[in-house]
Each structure stands twice: as C-alpha cells, then as structure tokens.
Write a protein that binds this ligand. Structure first.
Ligand code: ATP
Length: 347
C-alpha cells in the first residue's frame, strides 16, 4: 500500500494555465475523489499522476518514489499505476479473461486462478471471463476494466469518470461493487468525478476542485456539513444562498428567522446557506413560516424538488419534500426552515 503526494503542481496548455499550484495527499489504502465541474482541470491532474503528461512545476510522489519533479519524470509504465478510463477501455477482439491478463508478464497470464480471483473481487462470476466485451453490459465492462487495472497489483489506481456512460440503476450498483473491490484490494485510489453523490458515497476523502485549484480537501461529511465557502455549499448538496441579517445567533432572511450554526457575530448583511432538505412545506400558516407559491415540481418518487416563489420577497428557492406529500403547481404553501443555517467565518 502506497500513499500519493502532490505538491505545488502547475500546468499550462499554450497560454492557458489549467492547474494553479495543486497540493494533495491521498492516504494509502483509501479512495480520494477529485470533485469539480467540467473543465476545472480534473482529468489534467489525473493524467499528470499517471505520467501521460508532464507538469510545468511541482512534484508527484507515489510512495517514496518521486515520479515527477525537478529531477525529471518516471515513464507511465514504470509508475505501477492502474488506469480506468471513462469507457471503451477493453480490447473488443479478445475475451474478458484475456483483457484482464493483458498487462501481466507471460508466465502469469496462464494463471486461470488469478483471473477468477480478480473477477470475484469485482463481483463477477467466473464464466464472465469467457465472454467478449460486446457480450457484457456497460457495468460489467467497467468492472472488467477495473479487474484489468488491479491485475498487476498496482501501487495506485486512477479512475477517470468511470461510471458516466452507465444508466442510473447500473451506475449505483457498479459504484458499490467498485468501491468494495478497491477497499478489499487495499488499493490507494484516486477517482475523478463531477458527480457529488459519487464522490460522497464512494470516497473517504473528497478534494473539491474549482478553476484549477483544490478549494477544500476533507471527509465527505466535512465537505457536506462544513463547506469551505458558499460555492462549495452550492455545488455539494445544492444549498440555497440567501442574504441575511445576523442578530444574536439568528439569521433574519427571506425564509424567516433561522438559527445559525456555530458562534457567529452580529452582521448587517451576509450570505447564509440552507439545504433544500431543511425547507419544510405546510399547507397552513404557522409560526415563523413564510408564504410561497409553487412554481415548478420535479417528482422523483422517493422525493420531489419543489421550486417556490416567496410572496413577500419574490425570491425563488427550492425545497426537497417527501414524495408522498407533493404540493400542486400554483398552489400556496408555507415554508419554514428546520435546523441551522450555515455561515462562513471568513466572509
Ligand atoms: P471534464 O469533466 O469535462 O472532463 P475536467 O475537469 O477533467 O473536465 P480537463 O479535461 O482537465 O477538465 O480540462 C481543463 C482545461 O484544460 C479545459 O479548459 C481544457 O480545454 C484544457 N485542456 C485540457 N487538455 C488540453 C490539451 N491537451 N491542450 C489544450 N488544452 C487542454
């Protein structure tokens, strides 16, 4: 088991700087997710770790070996890194077993036992080894790709949005199988994703990236409950940002009077964050609830995302309500916030 250490990595393409001094420690045997919107530099960073590209400055170490730095770079094939791309990783003309053993030395390729072990590790039956990629579902293909990446017992496994081509049901199932296989193999892994659910559910550490910088590296719970700033709160958990006056630990804002988390000094006007799941809807007025009109409903079955226009302030906010109790579009409801609002000391 080997940790990954990245210090001060910068990278430009032509005159465009894509990475601006990235520092990251990925603990050994754990899965770190790099989470950020499209174009923020996630794949660029992953490619530098794999050795497909060279950084302009900074160092990358896998265990005690510096693989990129002032003394030059170690080529990808000597980094002991397994790489699982988005899709299309498998060779179409050979079966799954041959795909899995492809990167192994000749004498190890014949070991049927090893192939079966790897198939089992990624949650696939032994007979799957005989099938060709076109005879496998997308989720099975991605698990075979992971088995291939794990076959040479790499120091580090890198996964670049490996589930983005799968449909929702298969995606969840494959995420769980892959997270379990990585845990059981004891691999240090780095997963790149723009999907907050994927990052929070699979990783033990989440690094949020924005504009080529890591803005927060924390546990999934830390990212969700203590976002570094308003933008992280909005990106992870869809928080609603509102201006509020803070008086004696209470935020006075368009959604009523809401207690704030932590010890926050009085302030005439600052941003607070509220999660849609905290916004409770009632059909009759009650203490500290505000009147609103339902302007749109997205029904998901287990819950529904309800967009509301607040009558007094004209603000548009949204609430996540249980699927069995969804108000009709254009109906009048009363919204009240349950729990504490988040406020950022640095802002
Ligand atoms: P996505 O989730 O869409 O894949 P990303 O966060 O992985 O996005 P990157 O692929 O790392 O983002 O790209 C970051 C920026 O660098 C983009 O603006 C992209 O156009 C640019 N870029 C990436 N690779 C190159 C390249 N080889 N040459 C020039 N520009 C590049």
């Amino acid at each position: 088991m080997t940790p990954l250490d990245i210090e001060g990595i910068t990278k430009s393409f032509g005159t465009t700087q894509v990475l601006h001094g990235v520092d990251l420690h990925a603990p050994e045997g754990e899965l770190t997710a790099i989470l950020g919107p499209s174009g923020c530099g996630k794949t660029t960073l992953l490619r530098l770790i794999a050795g497909f590209d060279e950084p302009d400055a900074g160092t990358i170490s896998i265990g005690s070996t510096m693989v990129a730095g002032p003394r030059g770079v170690v080529p990808p094939q000597r980094r002991r890194v397994g790489y699982v791309p988005q899709e299309g990783a498998l060779f179409p003309h050979v079966n799954a077993a041959a795909n899995i053993t492809f990167g192994l030395p000749l004498r190890q390729r014949r070991g049927r036992h090893r192939v079966e072990e790897l198939l089992e590790l990624v949650g696939l039956a032994p007979e799957v080894g005989k099938r060709f990629p076109h005879q496998l579902s997308g989720g099975q293909q991605q698990r075979v790709a992971l088995a291939r990446a794990l076959a040479p017992s790499p120091s580090l496994v890198l996964l670049d949005e490996p589930f983005s081509s799968l449909d929702a049901g298969l995606r969840n199932q494959t995420r769980r199988a892959v997270a379990r296989a990585l845990r059981e193999s004891g691999s240090t892994a780095v997963l790149v994703t723009h999907d907050q659910d994927e990052a929070l559910s699979m990783a033990t550490q989440v690094a949020v990236m924005r504009g080529g910088r890591l803005v927060q590296v924390d546990s999934p719970e830390g990212i969700y409950t203590r976002p570094h700033d308003v933008a992280v709160g909005r990106f992870v958990g869809d928080a609603i940002a509102l201006r509020a006056k803070i008086v004696s630990g209470v935020a006075e804002c368009p959604l009523g009077r809401i207690p704030v988390a932590g010890d926050v000094p009085d302030h005439p006007a600052r941003d607070i964050l509220i999660r849609p799941v905290q916004v409770k809807l009632h059909s009759a007025n009650s203490a500290n609830a505000v009147r609103a009109e339902v302007i749109e409903v997205a029904y998901y079955g287990h819950d529904a995302d309800v967009r509301l226009r607040l009558t007094d302030s004209d603000h548009v906010v949204h609430a996540l309500t249980p699927g069995h109790d969804v108000p009709a579009v254009r109906s009048i409801v009363y919204a009240a916030v349950d729990g504490e609002a988040l406020v950022f000391p640095s802002e």
